[in-house]
Design a protein. Structure first.
Length: 355
């Protein structure tokens, strides 16, 4: 079977960790090991190589090149034009691609915009498609003109539906009236071959890795850590990633005089992710809205304790498998209390490792 993965998230290389593309590439490589032939169709990104050494990938041009389309604001005229170009460009390319490669099945990762491409291919050429839904597909439907109608049509016409969270799968079923299977997002990490990053072992080192976006709660974490650092002088926070809240985060750190106890860094490579998860005492996921993020599965693979907010499926997973602490709510005060509780533990080995 010839399978075409259509996605707006694809890594810029084997060691790229900017977005969900790291998971998509790993998934494609695993699928390619089967008897199926896997192709990938994705928009070209700034800094992205023109070819993948292990997969047959078609990169199509559009008016942008951002690593993450979720950062584009459809209410901004310039960015709205970019969004329109990636939708139209993808439709044009998939129609030629499915004929050229004799595609038997499209896998849309995710409903927007990839599901639109796959839906057009099915409508015009009767190519069946599956849709793997992310939380943002559901949470952001009102950000776009006709968003609810578009997402519902894609879900209704998909031959198979998957979601990366149990709660999200239930939401998809409510929207579509059809069965949606839970399929988690995760990637393979070189856990046993990486040395821990150099950190001050005399301190409790907390870690955040992800997008600096309101949904991810990075601003809540900075506020929480500010309060924590006023009570404890033996704590440190590593923050890695990037996104639209960069200016706000830097301003908060300067205003709170936290330069000596917070390290800000860009997105980490895969090996660096493992290195810091091994070195730091606890990963913090302070999201306001979430399903099951890839970084949570990363932490589980590395046996890193976590602190999470009670959103999506995270609280259930953390409590059920005793892999960390759950804040009482998604607020700076609750996150600070959870971090303080973690710091008060005499031995973090009280948490289980793996699942």
């Amino acid at each position: 079977m010839n399978i075409c993965i259509v996605t707006s998230s694809f890594s810029r290389g084997g060691d790229d960790s900017v977005n969900a593309g790291v998971f998509v590439r790993d998934f494609a490589l695993e699928l390619n090991k089967s008897k199926h032939k896997v192709f990938v169709l994705t928009p070209r990104k700034y800094g992205l190589a023109d070819r993948d050494p292990e997969l047959e990938v078609k990169f199509f041009n559009w008016l942008g090149g951002e690593a993450s389309l979720t950062h584009l604001n459809p209410k901004n005229p310039v960015e709205a034009i970019k969004i329109g170009s990636v939708v139209l460009g993808g439709i044009k390319e998939i129609l030629a691609f499915v004929k050229e490669k004799k595609i038997d099945l499209c896998l849309a990762m995710w409903a927007i915009p990839s599901g639109i491409y796959a839906w057009v291919a099915k409508t015009l050429f009767d190519v069946p498609f599956a849709t793997w839904v992310l939380g943002s597909d559901v949470w952001r439907v009102n950000d776009y003109i006709g968003g609810q109608q578009i997402v519902k049509r894609i879900l209704l016409d998909s031959d198979y539906l998957f979601a990366d969270g149990l709660v999200l799968a239930s939401d998809v079923e409510k929207i579509s009236g059809r069965r949606c299977s839970f399929l988690p997002t995760s990637r393979n990490l070189p856990v046993n071959s990486i040395k821990p990053a150099p950190v001050d072992l005399s301190k409790t080192n907390f870690l955040f890795i992800g997008r600096w976006h309101p949904n991810k709660g990075i601003d809540l974490l900075i506020d929480a850590f500010c309060a924590l650092s006023r009570e404890r002088d033996d704590v440190f926070l590593y923050v890695f990633g990037g996104g639209p809240l960069e200016s706000l985060i830097k301003k908060k750190i300067a205003d709170y005089h936290l330069e000596e106890v917070i390290h800000l860094g860009e997105y980490l490579s895969t090996t660096e992710v493992v290195s810091y998860l091994q070195a730091c005492d606890c990963l913090v996921i302070p999201s306001r809205i979430e399903s099951i993020p890839v970084i949570l599965s990363d932490a589980i693979q590395v046996d890193s304790p976590v602190i999470v907010t009670p959103v999506g499926d995270m609280a259930e997973i953390v409590k059920k498998f005793n892999i960390g602490l759950v804040a009482s709510n998604a607020s700076a005060l609750a996150i600070k209390r959870a971090m303080l509780d973690f710091r008060s533990l005499s031995d973090s080995s009280c948490f289980e490792t793996g699942l």
